[in-house]
Design a protein around this ligand. Structure first.
Ligand code: ZN
Length: 358
């Protein structure tokens, strides 16, 4: 059974997705590419046109929304895999408004790169991609970054079970350096790990933080942890103020063997092994990639599809957010609906926002 907040959240999400016209999960299951075998993949995507067709299905299966005038009516364009807006005649291609738009090296290579990044268990560095696919180093790096951005959490399913949280630093290049100066060069981060009753890893999220203050530690709680979760941390004092909102158990004998510390070690060795050295500025996109792999490891077969779906979605979402549609956060929405419900007034949901009904 869903509780009231969950029910309202659910209504919000379904309405938001519907209103945005990106109901991508409605895409027919048989259209999804499944599998991790290279030759099967190459057989399916033989030409750029095959890739366009795939993106066309992904982008328009949930309906059309014009990027210029937001109209939802369209007819098929003269060029294959395009749609033309009925009201303003704007031509919408299958790649426009997606992270696949105008890739310099062709869609087929782009698909192959996404396939390789997502299906290789440890991932691939931009340098390897550049050599393997014969593309410029900077172009490769930029495209890989787009892929990692698309791997970011949708933030719609906060962790609700047993969650372990801990902070850590990345960057061991100042060997011998001690004190605050050395510390300042390192990337500070916080990780939350959700586990099952049998302590098996369910999900992982990592965020970059500026320091270890309550204000910084709160970020991961607000973004990824539901108030009903059972949170475990070490005895660091900055976690204490969070106890007013979250159930937190602080434990002295917490370090080393806890699931979060095992995941921190795993993430560190993955970063060292695959990406070698990461800059603080882009750290979060690498954290995205790590979480995406772990959180989807049970659904390896659909991992390429999921990432491509995100590549289509991410840009669309950003575009909608920067244009006229200003979305409410989940918390704002829940609070507003609860307020209106307690007042007993009529309200309506539009473009992911809730308003009083006239
Ligand atoms: Zn239009």
């Amino acid at each position: 059974m869903l509780n009231k907040v969950q029910r309202i959240t659910y209504t919000y999400l379904t309405s938001e997705i519907k209103e945005l016209g990106i109901l991508l999960h409605a895409m027919k299951v048989e259209n999804q590419y499944k599998g991790t075998a290279v030759f099967k993949f190459l057989d399916k995507f033989k030409t750029d046109e095959d890739c366009k067709a795939y993106l066309y299905d992904l982008k328009f299966s949930a309906g059309f929304q014009c990027s210029k005038c937001q109209s939802t009516e369209a007819y098929e364009g003269i060029k294959p895999f395009t749609k033309v807006c009925k009201s303003c005649r704007h031509v919408e291609s299958s790649t426009s408004g997606t992270l696949y738009h105008k890739v310099k090296f062709g869609l087929r290579k782009a698909f192959a790169i996404v396939f390789e990044i997502t299906t290789t268990s440890k991932g691939v560095s931009a340098l390897q991609i550049s050599r393997k696919y014969d593309i410029n180093k900077d172009t490769a790096w930029l495209f890989c970054k787009k892929v990692r951005i698309s791997m970011g959490s949708s933030e719609v399913h906060p962790m609700v079970d047993k969650v372990y949280v801990d902070e850590f630093v990345i960057g061991g290049y100042e060997k011998g350096a001690v004190g605050r100066k050395a510390e300042s060069k390192k990337i500070k981060a916080i990780m939350a790990v959700e586990v099952t009753d049998k302590n098996k890893i369910k999900r992982v999220y990592t965020m970059k933080i500026q320091d270890y203050s309550t204000r910084e530690l709160t970020k991961i709680f607000d973004k990824h942890i539901a108030p009903e979760a059972q949170v475990h941390t070490d005895e660091w004092r900055s976690y204490r103020p969070l106890k007013t909102k979250y159930t937190i158990k602080q434990d002295k004998k917490y370090k080393n063997s806890s699931p979060v510390n095992l995941m921190i070690q795993q993430q560190k060795s993955w970063l060292r092994g695959t990406h070698h050295r990461i800059s603080s500025h882009h750290a979060e996109t690498y954290f995205n990639e790590f979480s995406f792999r772990i959180n989807r490891s049970q659904w390896k077969d659909s991992i390429f599809h999921k990432c491509t779906e995100r590549m289509v979605q991410t840009e669309n979402r950003n575009r909608l957010q920067v244009s006229q549609v200003k979305l409410m956060t989940r918390e704002q929405y829940v609070q507003r609906v609860m307020l209106y419900e307690s007042m007993g007034v009529n309200y309506k949901v539009e473009y992911g926002r809730v308003k009083l009904a006239a």
